[in-house]
Design a protein around this ligand. Structure first.
Ligand SMILES: [Ca+2]
Length: 150
């Protein structure tokens, strides 16, 4: 009697091991980042290096850095967000927020307020103040809406 493939008892044999190894590189792409560079590289076998997946928080930090650098780099300097870059960032990444503003001067005032050293550009720290402020406003609004439901 012929058994169907892979139905043998103790199916975690060499065949299953091979398919898992083949699928791994696609599931866990090796990514270059500061966060991952500091993570320990675990080796389960001499031929296979496993890089542990970034946590949700690490992915958020990586995303913030990537988005900042992508927008700041439009003029060649990816360390500072110029006013035109800031406006593009606000209209593309935070379009829902921007569209709800009735005052056309709100982005100008935001840029001035965020630009703590008044160099006409936002560095990453100044950018994080914007993100932190928006996150805080969202959190407060979330708390208010959940407490009013009780
Ligand atoms: Ca600045």
């Amino acid at each position: 009697m012929r058994k169907p493939r892979g139905a043998e008892p103790g199916g975690a044999g060499p065949e299953r091991q091979r398919t898992r190894e083949a699928a791994d590189p696609a599931r866990r792409p090796v990514r270059a980042s500061l966060l991952l560079a500091r993570r320990p590289v675990l080796r389960s076998s001499p031929n296979m290096a496993k890089v542990s997946s970034p946590t949700e928080t690490e992915r958020c930090i990586e995303s913030l850095i990537a988005v900042f650098q992508r927008h700041a780099g439009r003029d060649g300097n990816n360390c500072k967000l110029s006013k035109p870059e800031f406006l593009i960032f606000m209209n593309t990444e935070l379009g829902a927020f921007t569209m709800n503003q009735k005052d056309p001067g709100v982005l100008d005032r935001m840029m001035k307020k965020l630009d703590l050293d008044s160099d006409g550009q936002l560095d990453f720290q100044e950018f994080l103040n914007l993100i932190g402020g928006l996150a805080l406003a969202c959190h407060d609004s979330f708390i208010k809406s959940t407490s009013s439901q009780k």
